[in-house]
Design a binder for this molecule. Structure first.
Ligand code: IVH
Length: 713
């Protein structure tokens, strides 16, 4: 059929098509749907009715369902809604994009202010100014200007690397270019968001066009910014508030408020509710006032951000692994709704934790339809807290109850309360019995003393744990292997193709070209997709130390801790050796592990246990990889790579600041003096550590010496 016209093509059922016909038809549909889209969105002059448009898209979907190998990169099914991330080039941020730690109560805010005072060694009555501004519920964007011209725009991504969305950012009216009188290099950071009225109108247009509607303005903003076709972004009403910056060739000001004013004078929108304030009570007052205005602002906000105003003090406070010590987000209380609990399912996670999931009659909570929520653990269902005290006056949650669901930001919805008056009277529901065996593998599920979670003891025998660990291993913040998502991992696991992380890296040897069984012959796979997967896997043999540590899926070791451990140890060998050496809890290596900022006894135990229990699997994996050492934070400093110990009283800065500064200069700070110590900084009153240092021949300096060394760096 070489002279197919549209009507004829539409008559061939996908089931009876051959591959060539399907390929040609998908190309034709991609082209005509793209033209219809451009006409509708960019030219505002539709070339077909909505019903015709819908029919073309439906046909495209049917053919793709039958021929998944033929799905085109520019397929219409991938164009609307969130664009696939592989469509964007990556950009490495010149300075990391940070996130914020959260405060939920006035006490948390008081701790934040108090912590800063302690860190800086300030008296309780010494003046300290802050700024307060709404926390915009959108997505953050970094804009790089060189010579006043916008050269690129990148999403946050994992904070280190984001997606290049420059063409799309150029279509946003609030993003000015060129700038006059800007520093030669200027990275402006802020939030892309969608106003309520624009969101409502967009959803109405989408619904009319039979296209996907968005659950909330944030999703709409994200979906609109991450479009492969900037024409679509241009047709979406996105806005931008500037509130921070990255690399600069010249400072914007000496204070946060001055810098924000400068951004405004350069032509950026800054939030009109931004204020300066110099007391804790004042901050809480601003919070209450912003919260009261929340519903009438016309855009979503989810809290108030406080930042220390003085930029020199911000610099002194520095960062934890991914969050600054000088800022915090004070979140608004969550949004709530009542609904019926229709069931409780138990999910088994990668650490074996049995997590109860509430199945709910669907209900809208803060604009999002919720049908599942977490019930935390068995105590929570029973109306007890982790210490055996009562919660909800001891009322337990039963299937059939009316429950109050709440959600805050992006987190999983939770159950807050239940309404006993609405408990069904006739067939009184029974108290829920939490399983004592794993629903996935039947192994006993036990609770360690002091642990609120019941865990499956099946380890890698348990299919749920094995699969969840593999899913975690390939997830975005870990190995992030394109084409190997949760679905594929499950399928490979089921067929025994991949049972441990190492197997991923031998997949090509076992199921690649020339093998009796080949990936390309599996259902849903083909020559090209198989090749792509092998290439994607080969590409990830080179991995950063931080990602590898995170990917191991050790309990209590999240992304932040993995980053911190990588920075501390620098290389896989150093980390690996320390994990074996620290097995004995009274060893110097164990003490050193505990001395790392952010490592407590629980994490230390989880680390050594994981390395003890799985040393073979971990080492087998490591041999397959090329592990990039963590970037030393400051290789040219005189203390980079050295191990320091502080002892005695410091008079010019607090111990916390000294330690943070040393770490920022690339040094490790240990808690005790050993043969591995390079330098002891001893203030007045130094005792046994100074003695031990002199016995071991370790260099000792005083606080003055430390100031010269760290300032001169
Ligand atoms: S400051 C130094 N200010 O919240 C920290 N962030 O949870 C840089 N956000 O990734 C962020 N409104 O996307 C800052 N007024 C505001 C904000 C804000 C929204 C977002 C931002 C960030 C996230 C952190």
């Amino acid at each position: 059929m070489s002279t197919q016209n549209d009507a004829e093509a539409a008559q061939v059922a996908p089931d009876t098509m051959d591959t060539d016909a399907a390929r040609a038809e998908l190309a034709r549909l991609a082209d005509i749907i793209a033209r219809a889209n451009a006409a509708y969105h960019s030219d505002d002059a539709p070339i077909m009715s909505d019903a015709e448009f819908d029919a073309l898209r439906a046909r495209n979907d049917q053919i793709e369902a039958r021929f998944p190998d033929l799905i085109r990169p520019d397929s219409p099914s991938r164009q609307i809604g969130a664009a696939p991330s592989e469509g964007f080039a990556k950009i490495r941020h010149a300075r990391r994009m940070l996130s914020l730690s959260n405060a939920f109560t006035p006490e948390d805010v008081a701790d934040f202010v108090g912590g800063i005072r302690r860190f800086l060694g300030l008296a309780p009555d010494a003046g300290l100014a802050f700024t307060a501004e709404p926390k915009i519920d959108g997505l953050s964007l970094s804009l790089r200007y060189e010579g006043g011209v916008l050269v690129h725009a990148a999403t946050r991504g994992d904070g280190e690397t984001g997606e290049n969305v420059t063409a799309n950012a150029r279509t946003i009216r609030d993003i000015p270019t060129p700038l006059t009188d800007a520093p030669d290099i200027l990275e402006v950071r802020g939030e892309v968001y969608m106003a309520h009225e624009d969101f409502t109108a967009l959803n109405a247009r989408q619904a009319e066009a039979g296209a996907k509607t968005f659950a909330n303005p944030r999703n709409a903003a994200a979906g609109s910014l991450r479009q492969l076709d900037p024409g679509i972004t241009a047709a979406r009403p996105l806005r931008f508030f500037a509130y921070a910056w990255g690399e600069l060739s010249a400072p914007l000001a000496t204070t946060q408020s001055g810098a924000v004013a400068r951004l405004a004078s350069l032509g950026f929108q800054t939030n009109p509710l931004f204020q300066r304030c110099d007391t804790l009570a004042g901050l809480l007052d601003i919070y209450a006032r912003i919260e009261a205005q929340r519903a009438s602002l016309g855009y979503d906000i989810d809290g108030v951000v406080y930042k220390l105003d003085d930029l020199a003090l911000q610099e002194r406070l520095g960062l934890r692994s991914t969050t600054p010590r000088w800022a915090i987000a004070h979140k608004f209380p969550a949004e709530r709704a009542w609904t019926e609990l229709t069931g409780i399912d138990i999910q088994v996670g990668r650490t074996g934790a049995l997590s109860p999931v509430a199945r709910l009659r669907p209900v809208t909570v803060g604009g999002v339809v919720v049908s599942n929520a977490t019930l935390h653990n068995e105590d929570y269902i029973a109306g007890r807290d982790s210490r055996g005290g009562e919660i909800r006056e001891g009322r337990d949650i039963r299937i059939g109850d009316w429950v109050e669901v709440y959600r805050a930001g992006d987190v999983i919805p939770k159950i807050r309360d239940l309404d006993l008056a609405r408990r069904p009277k006739g067939s009184q529901p029974q108290p829920y019995t939490f399983p004592e065996t794993c629903p996935e593998c039947g192994s006993p599920a036990i609770r360690e003393p002091g642990d609120s979670v019941r865990r499956c003891t099946g380890g890698m025998i348990c299919p749920a744990q094995a699969v969840e660990r593999l899913k975690h291993f390939v997830s975005r913040a870990a190995f992030d292997i394109e084409g190997l998502g949760a679905k594929q991992v499950e399928a490979f696991w089921r067929d025994g193709w991949i049972t441990t992380p190492r197997d991923i890296f031998t997949l090509e040897d076992r199921f690649g070209p020339g093998q009796p069984r080949q990936l390309k012959n599996r259902e849903g796979w083909g020559e090209k997709s198989a090749q792509n997967l092998f290439a994607a896997i080969a590409d990830k043999r080179r991995i950063t130390l931080a990602r590898l540590i995170f990917a191991l899926g050790i309990r209590h070791v999240g992304e932040t801790s993995a980053n911190m451990l990588a920075t501390h140890f620098g290389t896989w060998d150093a980390f690996r050796t320390a994990m074996s050496d620290a097995v004995q809890e009274d060893s110097a290596a164990h003490a050193d592990l505990l001395a790392i900022d952010g490592v407590g006894p629980v994490m230390a135990r989880a680390l050594v246990t994981a390395f003890e229990a799985e040393s073979d699997a971990i080492d087998a994996l490591a041999t397959m990889l090329e592990i990039e050492p963590a970037e030393a934070r400051a290789t040219d400093s005189p203390v980079a790579g050295k191990t320091l110990v502080f002892t005695g009283t410091l008079e010019r800065m607090t111990r916390a600041e000294a330690k943070a500064r040393a770490e920022a200069l690339g040094a490790k700070v240990a808690g005790s003096v050993s043969a591995r110590t390079d330098l002891l900084i001893a203030g007045p009153g130094a005792g046994s550590k100074a003695k031990k240092a002199s016995e071991l021949g370790v260099e000792v300096i005083d606080e003055e010496g430390w100031l010269r060394l760290s300032k001169g760096a």
